[in-house]
Ligand binder design. Sequence first.
Ligand SMILES: C[S@@+](CC[C@H](N)C(=O)[O-])C[C@H]1O[C@@H](n2cnc3c(N)ncnc32)[C@H](O)[C@@H]1O
Length: 192
Amino acid sequence: MPKPIPCPVIGVLSEMFPDHPYVEYLDGSTEPWTVNVICALVRALAPKLVLETGTFQARTTRRLQAAMGDDATLISLESYTEYWEKAVADCSDLDNVKILNVEAVQYLLNYEGPAFNFVFLDDDHGAEHVGMELDLLLRKEEPLMASHSIICVHDVNGIFGLKPVIEARGGFALNLPILHRSGGLGIIQCSP
Ligand SMILES: C[S@@+](CC[C@H](N)C(=O)[O-])C[C@H]1O[C@@H](n2cnc3c(N)ncnc32)[C@H](O)[C@@H]1O
């Protein structure tokens, strides 16, 4: 499999702005206020199976794990081997978290496990890629989302053009302060 190209801002902004109040998030982690919203939804939903695409430094992975119940499982996907290795080591204390070194669309295409109750899409932000992920998750036959589940998508309000991708699938966009080149949160509620 070809090595994926990481987000171009990764590793650059934190060096440019070392004194920024949110410096630890500048390289590509989801803004803490956006993660607060995601975790509030996780707490309200009490999902049994959570999926995150794009682990990166596992900051959101750890927050999701803390928000879900002890009997829940979180699967996080990271295709870039260096980030995957570091994230696995950093999360070795979390029994109910599985971080897999896979490409997200390939993973969804081959997925045969139980339906997901909560999904956070935050890997490749290309509109075509996110559209493919959503169409796999929301497919009518053998859907990958459980009934009354939620999909959140990061960075829907900026340059990636993801807002119409979310709205075309019945979702809406929350306008939250932008830390990177993009921001905001797309939310799709999956009806039974
Ligand atoms: C924006 S960062 C994820 C940030 C993380 N979710 C957080 O909130 O802290 C995107 C990550 O997705 C990974 N990635 C990019 N394309 C991917 C793909 N097709 N499948 C899986 N991971 C991918 C990148 O290597 C990078 O680590």
